[in-house]
Design a binder for this molecule. Structure first.
Ligand SMILES: [Zn+2]
Length: 200
């Protein structure tokens, strides 16, 4: 940037650290903040800080919670706590919840195994899941990782850990395109994949 705008350069530098904010959009976002009402920017900053302070991972399933140690799904009396769907992220969980067709509970891994990116088993909540399964309350584990190479590798890794425990393992029926992510799938596709799940 040739102009001397150190504050703007600083803002852009920080925006560039935000994953998923495409680099071509960083300048537009920075411009938005500069032209927006000061109050609106303050409200946004406050909302980010509040979310950061108030929201924590559920102690049981690692879904986000803002009301105590356990999330609303783990606490809901109507949910089948013996059926667990393992997903990579909170947004995958939300994609399944939007179908309103799953009455079990979840386990959020926090991503998928990706050795090239330095994501090994210790970077995910895999051990916590195995500990949860060893407590003996789970009847079926549904592998809801995404049909990407990383998601498939994570599912296979999990299966080797879970098979000795004697818990039924299933995976989504085919129908979700290879390489796709649950968060971008429509409700009907996800519902069908869940209903038609097959043993893994
Ligand atoms: Zn939970």
């Amino acid at each position: 940037m040739s102009q001397s705008l150190p504050s703007l350069q600083k803002l852009i530098r920080h925006l560039q650290k935000v994953p998923y904010l495409a680099s071509k959009n960083v300048y537009r976002v920075a411009s938005y903040f500069l032209t927006a009402e000061a109050d609106a920017v303050a409200v946004l900053c406050q909302a980010i800080l509040e979310a950061k302070q108030n929201i924590i991972p559920c102690k049981e399933c690692f879904n986000w919670t803002e009301s105590g140690d356990h999330c609303a799904i783990c606490m809901a009396p109507g949910r089948d706590k013996a059926m667990l769907c393992v997903v990579e992220t909170w947004h995958d969980l939300m994609a399944i919840e939007k179908t309103a067709g799953f009455a079990g509970c979840y386990h959020v891994l926090g991503g998928a195994l990706n050795p090239l990116e330095g994501v090994g088993p210790d970077k995910l909540t895999l051990e916590a899941l195995v500990t949860r399964l060893k407590q003996g309350h789970i009847r079926e584990l549904i592998l809801g990782t995404n049909p990407t190479p990383e998601g498939e590798a994570t599912a296979s890794y999990l299966a080797t850990k879970v098979h000795p425990l004697g818990i039924a393992i299933s995976k989504f029926a085919s129908g979700i395109p290879t390489g796709a992510s649950l968060e971008f799938m429509d409700k009907i596709t996800i519902s069908k994949a869940l209903l038609g799940r097959v043993p893994f």
